[in-house]
Ligand binder design. Structure first.
Ligand code: JFZ
Length: 437
């Protein structure tokens, strides 16, 4: 993260603009482009140093005949996701929409059509908010100066032949393309620009290259309500984006908690990867979601559709599983955030809290035998139930008469919940606690 970005005061964004996003908590990322044909990571062109002439075969064969964005939107909604962010252009430079500023776009492939408008319409029709990812990096554009993230970075001959590239011309291209995206598709709820890597050696790129200030002004003028991420190397963003990590605590800038969203993959690739096997299981994915919300953040979970235009079975199965859980337990996610500090979640528990309803949610990653001791909650509980079936959970407070209690650290601050021996069927059971007001 650059200096300019670190100085940001994301907290100054108008609260009402962020409200839908903060309540949503769970969104779908979609990485889709020509790399789906290679099916071995969206950085394949750079990783394998593939020249344009060779990469062209993916453009010539891009024909997603099964593309059905309405089906994607239904799957996202069924999973419990409230918004979507699609790669309109990734680093490879290929555009899913019918841009006036390039021929390197879906309508000119065997696909023969704009893919973005039907996407926007389909997700809106399902009631989801729509966001665009746009890559600042471009491995296809003839004026993008060859730097250390470029596929031809190690090719001296190529670098000599292309030494005259002018980043100002590229900045104009990117400005016009983003302007198109901000103008031609109605309301755009989120913009995810990716990414900056300024460095003093001059082998990186940052706000001076992108002309970030000018770009951001235009974005806000065209889309006053839009929520923009923090990868422009420039202040004035709305949320920060810790990627592929589970944060230890709510991220801060200048000592203040800021809106944050972590983007994560199901497996070890963003683009469709046929042979990659490190797929997270349902429980890990739920832990990621619950942990994120319990620290005040959003989860943007990625699907990399195939080149036929489908979600593969591994992604579909995980979305379904999360949807089953969300259907009954979504109340512990939507509108929830980090609980007040006096809540000390018991062992193997993660807590979320809904400040509007005053309800606390304990997610039990290990089902204890009969009793759950909750320090900090003694005398504060009005009522408790298992969320998935609304069955009452008995609550007592304090040490009572038992001779072991004092020795076991049970005090008046301790609430004692009586749980059934049998673990509920949910992958991660949730106790819903109505706190006294
Ligand atoms: C990027 C892309 O390169 C990647 O292909 C994918 O699109 C992902 C969502 O974003 O990679 C990044 C960008 C920024 C950081 C890490 C990976 N970062 O700031 O740590």
């Amino acid at each position: 993260m650059s200096k300019a970005a670190r100085k940001n005061t994301a907290a100054s964004a108008p609260a009402d603009k962020m409200q839908w996003w903060t309540e949503a908590r769970f969104g779908m990322f979609i990485h889709w482009g020509l790399y789906a044909l290679a099916a071995r990571h969206e950085w394949v062109k750079q990783r394998e140093r593939i020249p344009d002439e060779v990469y062209q075969k993916y453009f010539d064969h891009f024909d997603p005949d099964l593309y059905d964005p309405a089906a994607w939107a239904r799957m996202a909604k069924a999973a419990g996701m409230k918004y979507v962010v699609l790669t309109t252009k990734h680093h490879e430079g290929f555009c899913l929409w019918d841009s006036r500023y390039t021929d390197y776009k879906a309508p000119n492939t065997p696909c023969g059509r704009d893919l973005l408008r039907p996407f926007v319409d389909a997700f809106r029709a399902e009631g989801l908010r729509v966001g665009f990812y746009y890559s600042l990096i471009d491995w296809h554009h003839p004026e993008f100066p060859v730097d250390r993230v470029h596929p031809m970075w190690t090719n001296d001959e190529f670098k000599r032949a292309h030494a005259g590239r002018d980043v100002r011309k590229y900045a104009d291209y990117l400005y016009h393309q983003v302007e198109e995206l901000m103008t031609d598709f109605g309301t755009v709820d989120v913009l995810f620009l990716d990414f900056s890597y300024p460095d003093p050696q001059g082998t990186g790129k940052g706000h001076e290259d992108w002309r970030s200030e000018r770009l951001l002004k235009m974005i806000r003028r065209r889309q006053p309500g839009i929520i923009v991420n923090d990868r422009l190397d420039w202040p004035g963003f709305d949320f920060v984006t810790p990627e592929q990590v589970m944060v230890r605590r709510w991220p801060e800038r200048d000592g203040r908690r800021v809106p944050w969203e972590t983007c994560q993959t199901f497996s070890g690739s963003w683009g469709y990867h046929r042979d990659e096997a490190t797929w997270k299981d349902e429980r890990q994915l739920l832990a990621l979601l619950i942990d994120t919300v319990g620290k005040g953040g959003n989860l943007l979970l990625n699907v990399g559709p195939t080149a036929r235009g489908t979600f593969d079975a591994r992604a579909a199965a995980r979305l379904e599983a999360m949807g089953r859980w969300m259907h009954v337990n979504g109340r512990s996610i939507y509108g929830c955030t980090q609980p007040p500090d006096w809540v000390k979640p018991p062992e193997h528990c993660r807590a979320t809290w809904n400040p509007a309803t005053g309800r606390l949610y304990l997610h039990l990653f290990d089902w204890p035998l009969g009793t759950l001791y909750c320090d900090g909650l003694g005398g504060r509980i009005e009522y408790a139930q298992i969320l998935s079936d609304a069955s009452e959970v008995g609550v007592r407070t304090g040490p009572g008469g038992h001779w072991l209690s004092r020795e076991q650290g049970i005090t008046d601050e301790t609430a004692i919940l009586s749980l059934p021996v049998l673990k509920p069927a949910d992958t991660v059971p949730v106790i819903e606690i109505f706190l006294k007001r």
